[in-house]
Design a protein around this ligand. Sequence first.
Ligand code: ADP
Length: 311
Amino acid sequence: ALFVLGSFVVACSATVDRLPRAGESLRAQAFLVEPGGKGLNLAVGARRLGAAVDGLLAVGDDPLAALAAPALDRAGLPAAMLHRFAGPTGAGIGFTDAAGENCLAVHPGANARLGTAEVRAAAERIAGSALVLAQFEVGDEAVAEAFRIARAAGVRTLLNPSPFRMPSPGILADTAILVVNAVEAAAFGVALGVPLPDGGNETSPKAWAGLAGALLASGPDLVVVTLGSGGALAFRDGRPALVQPAFRVTAIDTLGAGDAFTAGLAVALAEGRPLPESLSLAAACGACVVRRKGVFDALPDRAAIADLVGG
Ligand code: ADP
């Protein structure tokens, strides 16, 4: 199984003509509440593609927590993934304007409570998994512990450091696959003092080669930079960069594209698919999510992928 370390977040989003200004109340055209969070999105995304999925997801003891179990059930994910803590469930609030531009804030709530104790209790499941996936809606200690257990057992790890904070050297050293979007890549560049692309040439492999080299030297053996409608780039030590174009779709809501991409990449790599084929599935997953409102229901199954690729 793929093992997903957190997070569960109740995602609320308002559709507005334009993003509200400080002190302003706007009338929203639509309001969507859905079970989300990067961890749940990765787990659902992988499960819909047919992968067996296990992991840890945390909820609080408030009314929002009640959304988690039915969501797991609907997605075909094991109920044993859920951990309940006292306090609030993770929650996010976002706005999407008519141009598809969005802004959001996420409160981690119970996800921040997942710690080394819960991870250690799952050590056998982690050591027996095909790939461990983590993002930064959970705490550093939980990620570090899960990756340590995985690496010691020879299990590959995938990190998506989002929302961005600089990973500790230990986490980076235990990361096999690093997936970053352009914002996260730029934050890495600043933190590592590596020159970044000038505006306009971000989609060329040359533009990110310096940063990719620095990241490859810090632990990962595969670095993937996602560039929205500009596609994605993949870097490996001593091999030419791979360029994965984006599928051409009409973007309705770009939220969750990165999670869908990462889920597709993880499933394909865990199946032992070659990297070009894995990147192509990942890009198809991202595109499927972008062309629909919301994330949970938009995460594609194999039929949706075939429909996109074939049609
Ligand atoms: P994030 O959601 O983390 O910001 P990106 O915006 O880079 O990540 O999107 C991740 C991947 O999803 C991209 O590499 C691309 O393959 C796909 N994708 C994102 N936006 C679009 C789009 N407008 N059209 C087609 N594919 C897209």
